[in-house]
Design a protein around this ligand. Structure first.
Ligand code: OAD
Length: 256
């Protein structure tokens, strides 16, 4: 883990409005696979077969098997110190928004309130006929025949964004609204920043005066643009960055 410069710890302590962008790397310490790193999903599986409209049309049961396996794995997992440090930070700064590419729901389980899931959620489903969305448990998708059907009798699909699909404009509007008042700190954690919109949001806030901090054991496309690149695991680094007086008021961040 990189040593954290003292002035950065001070900037965290003074931060009032914070944009956090997270990716699969923040959940890695909870035992959830990333996509592109060593052992990542896309190193072993074909994303077009499992995470694209064409793949779903070709074999919806196979796609569902993969999503249900991921649900089972995530149910067994717990939020880690990184998720919980961000929840603790949110509880103390004036405004903090987590924009996550993750569909696992671990930020919310750690206590983060202001979370935008730009790639959707593994726990929601959508009817391919009506477009209606259902929360976990509202319609039966587990323990029955695959692929599951909606109340309208059409195929249900996971309410996630697949390759080749547009992002939902509603969360994008919420992000743009948040960015109207410039954040003083932008934190990009555990993402290869493979999608242009991630870099765009990070740069938009940097241009308006925010300090851009990247946390990732590896360099990414965003690294040359960041004010600080802290190399290491998100849990360790966030535990040191979030002021200790914040953390002491919340649960023990170093375990679980
Ligand atoms: P990736 O798998 O592309 O990247 C994970 C990043 O996390 C890498 O840069 C790793 O170096 C870093 N990382 C690994 N362990 C870490 C740790 N303990 N702490 C901090 N960082 C760590 O995942 P994403 O960038 O999230 O989309 O991928 C973005 C999207 O691509 C996903 O949402 C998914 C995928 O295809 C869809 O399925 C639509």
């Amino acid at each position: 883990m990189d040593r954290i410069p003292e002035q950065l710890i001070e900037r965290f302590a003074r931060a009032r409005r914070v944009l956090v962008i997270t990716g699969a790397g923040i959940s890695a310490e909870s035992g959830i696979s990333t996509f592109r790193g060593p052992g990542g999903y896309w190193r072993q599986m074909n994303p077009m077969a499992l995470a694209s409209p064409a793949g779903f049309e070709h074999d919806p049961a196979l796609v569902w098997e993969w999503y249900l396996e991921r649900r089972a794995q995530i149910r067994q997992a717990a939020p880690n110190a990184g998720h919980r440090a961000l929840a603790a930070l949110e509880a103390r700064v004036r405004d903090l928004l987590v924009v996550t590419q993750n569909v696992d729901g671990l930020h919310q389980r750690a206590g983060s309130q202001n979370v935008i899931e730009i790639h959707g959620s593994l726990w929601r489903t959508r009817c391919t006929l009506t477009g209606l969305e259902y929360e976990e448990g509202e319609v039966k998708v587990e323990g029955g025949p695959l692929p599951p059907l909606s109340p309208a009798g059409a195929l249900l699909r996971p309410a996630v964004v697949w390759f080749g699909e547009m992002l939902d404009p509603r969360p994008i509007r919420r992000i743009e609204e948040f960015l109207r008042i410039p954040p003083d700190l932008a934190l990009v954690v555990g993402t290869t920043a493979a999608f242009g919109y991630i870099t765009d949001w990070a740069l938009a806030v940097k241009r308006r005066g925010a300090l851009l901090v990247e946390i990732n054991p590896e360099p990414t496309g965003l690294t040359p643009l960041a004010d600080y690149h802290l190399r290491g695991e998100a849990g360790d680094l966030l535990l040191h960055l979030v002021p200790s007086e914040y953390r002491e008021e919340t649960c023990d961040l170093s375990t679980g």
